[in-house]
Design a protein around this ligand. Structure first.
Ligand SMILES: [Fe+2]
Length: 436
């Protein structure tokens, strides 16, 4: 065998590993698992507000079956699904003035899990002191219902990021996108801007300028991590950045940005929470950021957000024009990292996993993980688009090293002064300039 001419790499199917173990520490989401305890330190969306009503909604979050409802007094409840009396599912319960009544024997549980009624039960007074329904604190924001599923003593305030309150913009609930795979592989896609140059160029949805491989640098940020991807576009240089807010939130700026017009900064286009249902499935909850002059979320935009993000297309079509869904879910239900062969383009994925492992370790050791803020106040974020004349790049703007250096300088500039601190955030391109 001669390794130098690569002969040992030829027709090596029988010698090549095909089975690997997933990384349980990163990918487990249940209660009591290191990853599950880590995720439970953060507020997680469980449903859109429009999905909840006087009809109970059954959901699965972090391996727990839950029921979500709004009682007649307007209070929102997120309770364990199975009635603490004899286990009947509260999805068949009746929502009352206060709380929800189990359909089987009529026990009523308030939104905080307290037993309000035990009809016909002689020992009610005694039992009420010991019986309760598992319940989680809730917070409604941007059309989503969030729950805090961790230990009460560790409950942080709901985090307010700068992009959630931008002058001239508002947030509108978008659509729910389920993925039949572990949440980590869905989220790490957000720190992998290189894939846009292949996958989304095939897809043709993004501006065609995304089809050029960018020069990328990644940085830790106060609330998570970010990438800065620079490209030369005509006589301009475009630096696009995206940040993950630990552990599972990220926003992207408009996919119709093409880097051809000068731009100081741009608002987020959509923000995405990737929430595990369990170890083998997750949901992307999307929220749109709309300019005040955009009356309602545009159907076209809704569709744009969903294309390539679902398996609801003909198989032949998905094979011809695959999307993120196909790329991420086909990595396996829980992707095996031991089988991968990573390169420099995967630096962001490696950093993301490292951030998770560190956060998991911190929670295990009783410390607050990176990105968990106990301070009230606005948390800066770093996702934006910046387009400058190519002459602003020191050196030759066609030289990958010069482009990378420029991306680094933008990252340092942003870390000193977050891009969304600008007084006026210019509107992004709403739709593609090109046709077709
Ligand atoms: Fe993508």
């Amino acid at each position: 065998m001669n390794n130098r001419d690569g002969n040992s790499l030829r027709y090596a199917g029988y010698l090549t590993e095909i089975a690997g173990e997933p990384e349980p520490v990163l990918t487990q989401t249940g209660r009591g698992t290191p990853g599950g305890e880590y995720l439970r330190r953060f507020w997680q969306p469980v449903a859109y507000e429009r999905e909840i009503s006087s009809t109970p909604l059954r959901v699965r979050i972090l391996g727990e079956d839950l029921v979500v409802f709004r009682d007649q007094s307007g209070a929102v409840g997120v309770l364990h699904l199975h009635c603490s009396h004899r286990g009947t599912s509260l999805e068949f319960g009746r929502v009352e003035e206060h709380g929800i009544r189990c359909c089987y024997h009529g026990r009523v549980f308030d939104v905080d899990g307290k037993v309000l009624e035990m009809p016909g039960e002689r020992a009610a007074d005694k039992l009420r002191g010991v019986n309760r329904q598992g319940a989680y604190p809730t917070h409604a924001f941007a059309g989503l219902v969030f729950a805090y599923m961790g230990p009460s003593s560790m409950q942080p305030p709901f985090p307010m990021y700068d992009k959630f309150d931008l002058p001239g913009y508002r947030m509108e609930p978008g659509i729910r996108l389920p993925f039949a795979c572990n949440w980590v592989q869905v989220k790490e896609n957000a720190m992998d801007p290189a894939h846009t140059a292949i996958l989304h160029a095939w897809e043709g949805m993004f501006a065609s300028e995304f089809g050029k491989f960018p020069e990328i640098t990644w940085n830790e940020t106060p609330a998570g991590m970010a990438y800065f991807a620079s490209r030369r576009v005509g006589d301009k240089v475009w630096v696009r950045s995206t940040d993950i807010l630990a552990p599972n939130i990220h926003s992207i700026t408009s996919i119709f940005e093409d880097g051809r017009d000068l731009r100081d900064c741009s608002p987020p286009w959509i923000t995405i929470w990737t929430v595990p249902e369990d170890d083998e499935s997750c949901v992307n909850f999307l929220v749109e950021h709309l300019h005040q002059e955009d009356a309602t979320p545009l159907l076209a935009r809704q569709r744009a957000m969903g294309i390539g993000q679902t398996p609801d297309r003909l198989y032949a079509e998905r094979q011809k024009v695959p999307g993120d869904y196909d790329a991420m879910v086909s990595q396996g239900t829980i992707a095996c990292h031991s089988l991968e062969h990573l390169g420099t383009l995967d630096t962001g994925v490696v950093m993301f996993r490292r951030m998770l492992r560190k956060g998991i370790e911190d929670v295990r050791a009783g410390r607050d993980p990176h990105g968990l803020s106990r301070k009230l106040g606005v948390i800066p974020t770093y996702g934006s688009d910046k387009v400058v004349p190519a002459t602003e790049v020191s050196g030759n703007a066609d030289d990958p090293e010069a482009l990378l250096e420029f991306a680094r300088s933008v990252s340092q500039e942003y870390l000193k002064r977050p891009p969304l601190a600008a007084a006026v955030i210019p509107r992004p391109p709403a739709m593609p300039k090109r046709t077709g």
